[in-house]
Design a protein around this ligand. Structure first.
Ligand code: PRT
Ligand code: ZN
Length: 210
């Protein structure tokens, strides 16, 4: 039996469950259960917070998982990646109040930037030779400039409408992300074979979608 960790409820959940179903894997799911077993494939499904998935897979509590690259790379666990899945696409971007002058990343020198992704942001700033004060907050990052916490933010963007409705303008793309399948790197032979079978089906689903 192979154990997969997917997001319990959020932007990755529906597409993760759909992918498993499209692979012909049946299971009974209930919104109250944190764990379910397939009825026709040796797979057990765990429903978790997305932030916990890379750690659980790295530790072997789950064998494989589906998570956004933004979370995976922020946690420094990109080596677990097996396959890009092509859904939940988004970007991590820097944004400033729309009336503020902004010419280049150098304008952020010495500024305060609020984000939930301090590692990805620090890498980007370092690469561009900029030193700024990073304020790590876990949510509602978009309101930081309007309450005087920061001059800029670094947050996930997909349509861009959240930035616009908070009076912000996207100025730099820091990281591009999509959902990825990750796996523990010490799977035993039996689990490796189940993963191979699963990947074979995932590739067939991906070919059919093209
Ligand atoms: O409860 P749990 O911890 O599991 O979930 P979560 O709230 O941390 O994550 P969730 O469900 O919001 O997102 C899960 C993953 O989906 C993220 O890690 C990304 O990989 C991916 N994803 C894709 C997004 C978005 N699109 C997205 N638009 N994650 C977040 N957003 C947010 C963003 O933070 C901002 O507040 O949506 C807002 C911006 O959206 P637009 O369309 O207005 O630009
Ligand atoms: Zn989360």
């Amino acid at each position: 039996m192979l154990r997969i960790a997917i997001q319990k409820s959020g932007r990755l959940s529906d597409d993760s469950l759909n992918l498993i179903r499209e692979c012909g894997i049946s299971f009974i799911s209930s919104s109250l259960k944190l764990k379910t077993e397939s009825t026709n494939f040796p797979l057990e499904i765990l429903f978790l917070r997305d932030d916990d998935i890379p750690g659980y897979v790295a530790d072997g509590v789950a064998d494989i998982g589906i998570v956004g690259e933004n979370v995976l790379v922020e946690e420094g666990k990109q080596d677990l990646t097996v396959e890009k899945l092509g859904f939940s696409k988004c970007r991590l971007s820097l944004a400033v109040p729309k009336a503020d002058e902004y010419n280049s990343i150098a304008d952020l020198e010495g500024k305060n930037i609020a984000t939930s992704y301090p590692n990805l942001l620090q890498d980007y700033l370092t690469k561009h030779g900029v030193t700024a004060h990073i304020h790590t907050i876990s949510g509602s990052v978009e309101i930081a400039p309007s309450i005087g916490l920061a001059e800029a933010i670094c947050d996930i963007v997909s349509s861009g409408s959240t930035l616009i409705s908070n009076g912000l303008r996207e100025v730099e793309r820091v990281f591009s992300s999509q959902a990825v399948l990750i796996a523990n790197d010490n799977l035993d032979e039996e689990k490796k074979q189940i993963l191979e079978k699963l990947l074979f089906r995932v590739h067939a689903v991906q070919r059919a979608q093209r």
